[in-house]
Design a protein around this ligand. Structure first.
Ligand code: MSK
Length: 655
C-alpha cells in the first residue's frame, strides 16, 4: 500500500517514506503484514482457562442454523453470548483500570501536596478546590485552604477503595440520571471494587447471563467516567491549573533542527509539568549550548502532550501513530514515556538513530529503554536528570539522518467546561444559556463529542477528519479529546478561521460572534469527563430536557484501538449518549449481544452503541440522532435560522 493511502497527514506520509528508506519498520508496516484475527476480533475467542482457548466463530457468508447456534459453546458450555459479553466487560475493566490508576496517582500526589509533603506542586485553582469540596460534602466554613485540600485529598484517595457508599461525583449528574442508576443498581461503590468484581464475574464459571454481565460492565465504566477519570481531571486542574484558551502548534514540524528535542509521550501530567520547568531552566539551556544546540525544545505525543499544551502551550508533535515517526525524524534526542499507548517498538526504532527512550513510571518498563523512575517526592530532580540525558545525546545526532517534516498547524486549545461557560456566558454571568439558546433557535443543531485513538487498520486521521468536517458543515458543534483532537487540529479545524471555512452558516455565525473554533479541544483521554460535565451543565441550564439522554448530542470514536475507548464509550452510553465506533466492533460474533448493545441497552439508559466504519455514514447516524432528539424536544421547527441582530451580537461579545 502506498504511504499516501495510509494517512492523510503529510508529515506522517513523509516520515513513512523516510522510515522505509532508513530500513525502519513501523506499526503501519506491521499492520499491513498481519491481518487481524477474525475470531478474536469479533469477540468469539475465549481464553479464560486452559481447557481452551475455545474458538466459537459463526459460519461465514451464510445464516447459522438453530442447531449450529446451540452447539457454538466452549468446553465449559459457555455460549457465544457469554463469551462475547465477558470479553467486552474485560475490555471495560482494562480501560477503567488504566484511567483510574492514573487518577489514583494524581490523588496521592494531591494529598501529599496538600499536606505540604511535596513542594513541587501547589493548589493553583482554589475556586475549583472549593467546588470539589462542596461536591464531596466537605465542610468549608472558616477552614483554611490547606485544611480543605487535605480533606478533599483524603476523600479522593478513599474513592478508590472505600468500604461503604457510592462514588461522590455521581451526585453531579442530573437527578433523573442518578435515579436511573440507582434503579438499575449500577452506582459504582468504589473504583477498585468495580474493576475487581468485573474481573471476578468474567472468570470461567461465574456470571453467565450476558445482560447481568453488562450490568457490572456498566457499573465499572461509570466508575471510570464519573470516578477515576473525573478525579484525575479535577485534581489535576486544582494542582496544575484549569485550562483556558491557549494558542499552540501541532505536528512533527514543531521539532527544531538546532535544538535538543525532547518528546514526552503517555498520560500522566505530573512529570511533564516538571519537564516544562526543567526545559526552561537557564543552566540546562546553557549546558545544551555547550553541546552545540541553540536551546531545548519540548513537544508531546498523545495525552501527555494534550496536558502540556492546554496549560503551557507546549506544542503537540502528533498522535499515537506518530510516536515512532517522531524518532524517525532523526532529530529527537529523547522520547520520555510513562503509561498507556506506548509502543514496545520504540527502542527498536531508536537503534537506527541516536534517540534515548526513557521509561519513567514504576508501573512500566520496556526492554532496551533507559529507566529513570519518576520520584514523586523529588519530581523536578527526575526531570532535570532526563533533560541532561537528552542534552548529552545531541552531539550524537547523525546529520545525514535528520529530516524534519515542514508541516505544522496552529490551533487554539484549552476549552475546559468552565471555559466554555465563561466564553459563551461572559465572565460576570458565566452560563451555558447562550449555548442552549443557540441550540434551541437552531443555529447550532447539536453537539458531538469525537474522541479516541488513531489506528493503522484505517487511513490515519482520515476517518476523524471526514467525520468532523461533515458534522460542522451541518452546524454540529464538535468537542474533542485525545488523539482525535490532534487529527483534526493538524488539518486546521481548531483555528477560529475554520468556522468560516468549514462550518455551516449557523455554527459559523455563533463561532465568529464568540471567537471560538467550530471544533473545541477539551483535553486528554481522562478529560472526557469534562464532556460529561459540559453535557450536565446543558441539562441544568434548562430548555433541553431534564436528562442527558434528552440532549441533541452524540459521541464517536472513529479510529479507536484501546480498551480505554470501550470503557469511555460504555460510560457515555450509560450516561444516555448515542455513541458510534468505527474500525471494528468486538461483539460481532454474537448477534444477540450486538443487538442488545445497539438497541436493547437504549431502552434502559437512553444511550446506545452503533458501529459504522464509513465516516460519512457515521456522521449521518449522529445527525439523524441529533435531529430525532430535537424533534422530541419540539425544536425541529426552530431550525429556521434567526440571523444575529446587533443586540444579540453585543450580548455574545460581552465576554
Ligand atoms: S492517547 S487511548 S491512543 S486517544 Fe490518550 Fe490516543 Fe487513544 Fe491513547
Amino acid at each position: 500500500m502506498a504511504n499516501t493511502d495510509r494517512s492523510t497527514d503529510l508529515a506522517t506520509i513523509e516520515m513513512l517514506d523516510k522510515a522505509a528508506a532508513d530500513g525502519v519498520t513501523t506499526a503501519f508496516d506491521r499492520a499491513a503484514a498481519m491481518k487481524p484475527c477474525p475470531i478474536g476480533g469479533e469477540g468469539s475467542c475465549c481464553k479464560l482457562c486452559s481447557m481452551g482457548p475455545c474458538r466459537l466463530p459463526a459460519p461465514r457468508n451464510r445464516a447459522e442454523t438453530a442447531e449450529e447456534r446451540e452447539k457454538r459453546r466452549g468446553i465449559c458450555g459457555a455460549t457465544i453470548e457469554t463469551v462475547a459479553a465477558r470479553n467486552f466487560v474485560r475490555m471495560i475493566a482494562g480501560g477503567t483500570a488504566a484511567h483510574s490508576d492514573h487518577g489514583r496517582a494524581v490523588a496521592q500526589t494531591f494529598l501529599a501536596t496538600a499536606r505540604g509533603e511535596n513542594e513541587n506542586f501547589q493548589i493553583a485553582d482554589e475556586q475549583k478546590l472549593l467546588q470539589v469540596a462542596l461536591d464531596f460534602g466537605i465542610e468549608i466554613g472558616d477552614r483554611s485552604i490547606q485544611e480543605i485540600a487535605i480533606a478533599v485529598g483524603e476523600a479522593a484517595v478513599a474513592e478508590f477503595g472505600k468500604a461503604e457508599g457510592t462514588l461522590r461525583f455521581l451526585q453531579r449528574a442530573p437527578l433523573k440520571r442518578q435515579q436511573l442508576w440507582k434503579e438499575q443498581q449500577v452506582e459504582p461503590r468504589s473504583i477498585d471494587r468495580e474493576v475487581v468484581e468485573a474481573m471476578h464475574r468474567t472468570l470461567m464459571g461465574v456470571d453467565m447471563d450476558y445482560e447481568h454481565l453488562f450490568q457490572q460492565g456498566t457499573r465499572t465504566a461509570l466508575a471510570d467516567g464519573w470516578g477515576g477519570s473525573m478525579l484525575a481531571t479535577e485534581l489535576q486542574d486544582i494542582m496544575l491549573g484549569t485550562p483556558v484558551p491557549i494558542a499552540g502548534k501541532v505536528n512533527l514540524g514543531i521539532l527544531k533542527e538546532d535544538c535538543v528535542n525532547i518528546i514526552v509521550h503517555g498520560h500522566e501530567p505530573l512529570l511533564p509539568e516538571m519537564l516544562v520547568i526543567a526545559s526552561q531552566d537557564q543552566e540546562l539551556i546553557a549546558l545544551a549550548k555547550t553541546k552545540g544546540a541553540a536551546g531545548i525544545n519540548l513537544g508531546g505525543i498523545c495525552c501527555s502532550a494534550n496536558e502540556m499544551l492546554m496549560r503551557h502551550g507546549i506544542p503537540l508533535a502528533g498522535n499515537m501513530l506518530q510516536q515512532e515517526l517522531a524518532v524517525v525524524s532523526g532529530a529527537v534526542e529523547a522520547i520520555v514515556v510513562d503509561v498507556q499507548c506506548v509502543m514496545q517498538s520504540l527502542p527498536k526504532v531508536a537503534e537506527c538513530y541516536h534517540t534515548a527512550v526513557i521509561t519513567t513510571s514504576s508501573r512500566a518498563k520496556i526492554p532496551g529503554a533507559l529507566h529513570l523512575e519518576f520520584d514523586e517526592a523529588h519530581p523536578l530532580e527526575t526531570a532535570v536528570q532526563i533533560v541532561r540525558v537528552a542534552i548529552d545525546r545531541f552531539p550524537e545526532r547523525v546529520q545525514g539522518m535528520v529530516n524534519i517534516p515542514t508541516h505544522s498547524m496552529d490551533l487554539v486549545a484549552g476549552f475546559s467546561h468552565e471555559t466554555i461557560n465563561y466564553l459563551l456566558g461572559g465572565i460576570f454571568r458565566a452560563s451555558y444559556r447562550p449555548l442552549n439558546e443557540n441550540i434551541i433557535n437552531g443555529r447550532i443543531r447539536g453537539v458531538a463529542g469525537v474522541v479516541g485513538c488513531s489506528n493503522p487498520r484505517v487511513k490515519h486521521d482520515d476517518v476523524h477528519a471526514t467525520l468532523v468536517r461533515e458534522l460542522i458543515k451541518n452546524d454540529v458543534l464538535v468537542i474533542q479529546t485525545g488523539c482525535a483532537a490532534m487529527a483534526c487540529a493538524k488539518l486546521g479545524l481548531m483555528t477560529p478561521e475554520a468556522a468560516s471555512l468549514h462550518a455551516g452558516p449557523g455554527l459559523a455565525e455563533v463561532c465568529e460572534a464568540v471567537g471560538i473554533p467550530p471544533v473545541l479541544h477539551m483535553g486528554s483521554c481522562v478529560d472526557n469527563s469534562r464532556i460529561l460535565m459540559a453535557a450536565t451543565a446543558m441539562v441544568k441550564e434548562g430548555g433541553l430536557g431534564d436528562d442527558l439522554s434528552d440532549l441533541p448530542v452524540a459521541g464517536a470514536a472513529p479510529e479507536w484501538m484501546s480498551e480505554k475507548a470501550i470503557a469511555i464509550g460504555q460510560y457515555f452510553v450509560a450516561s444516555g449518549v448515542f455513541t458510534v465506533f468505527g474500525v471494528s466492533w468486538p461483539t460481532l460474533g454474537s448477534e444477540e449481544v450486538t443487538r442488545w448493545l445497539f438497541d436493547g441497552i437504549g431502552g434502559i439508559y437512553g444511550g446506545k452503541w452503533a458501529f459504522e466504519p464509513d465516516p460519512l455514514k457515521m456522521a449521518k447516524l449522529m445527525i439523524d440522532h441529533i435531529d430525532q432528539k430535537r424533534k422530541v424536544l419540539g425544536l425541529d421547527k426552530a431550525r429556521e435560522r434567526v440571523l444575529f441582530d446587533m443586540e444579540m451580537r453585543r450580548e455574545l461579545e460581552a465576554v
